[in-house]
Design a binder for this molecule. Structure first.
Ligand code: 5GP
Length: 206
């Protein structure tokens, strides 16, 4: 898939428990942007307060596996016993329309996209320290000890993948992290290779 001149695919990722979801929500609350969030599909049961079609599309394993077979995901991964995936068709449509689409996904899926879409922007969110990450994973309170241990093991391996990303954003404070991501998105728009075609076209039309 090739991004058109205006479209931008922003992949926000990072180790489990780093607060990607919270930072992504804060990003969307910032003023003056036209970002669109790509709603993922998952087989994880909804948490209290989560809404189908807003937080995720919640489906059963059979439905998800059928979609894998039919090649309907841009990427997908099995994460701590559940499937998560990005529905391909919606993303392709939005990018074709020149929209700025934000994905918030775990690292395995992010690296699948890295291989397919060369001009997407990859942002790795990191915690201010390991202790902050462990505290978050333990205090979430919605999961069994075994699941928490699984998430910690996974996070330790994921830390080592930072070098595969274009940018690293420290989640020291949620609003700061969101503002740093917004600054990256704005800077990406101004990059010569993205903006020169529009600029030359404008000169021609002048
Ligand atoms: P949670 O169960 O806490 O909502 O999400 C678990 C992990 O799955 C998080 O790291 C989240 O970013 C990731 N995730 C959410 N949607 C997707 C997706 O579509 N694809 C992939 N690969 N990971 C996802």
């Amino acid at each position: 898939m090739k991004l058109n001149e205006k479209g931008l695919l922003v992949v926000i990722s990072g180790p489990s428990g780093v607060g990607k979801g919270t930072v992504r929500r804060a990003l969307f609350e910032l003023p003056n942007h036209h970002l669109e969030y790509s709603i993922s599909m998952t087989t994880r049961p909804p948490r209290t307060g989560e809404v189908d079609g807003e937080d995720y599309y919640f489906v059963d394993r059979k439905t998800f596996e059928k979609m894998i077979e039919e090649n309907k995901f841009l990427e997908w991964a099995e994460f701590v016993g559940n499937y998560y995936g990005t529905p391909k068709e919606i993303i392709e449509e939005k990018i074709a329309q020149g929209k700025e689409v934000v994905l918030e996904i775990e690292v395995e899926g992010a690296l699948q996209i890295r291989k397919q879409i060369k001009d997407a922007v990859f942002i790795f969110i990191v915690p201010p320290g390991k202790k902050a990450l462990y505290d978050r994973l333990t205090k979430r309170g919605t999961e069994s000890d075994e699941k928490i241990r699984e998430r910690i093991n996974k996070a330790e391996k994921e830390f080592l993948l930072a070098h595969k990303y274009d940018y690293i954003v420290v989640n020291d404070e949620v609003t700061n992290a969101a503002e740093r991501i917004m600054a990256i998105i704005r800077a990406e728009h101004a990059k010569t290779q993205r903006s020169i075609h529009n600029y030359l076209k404008m000169l021609e039309e002048d």
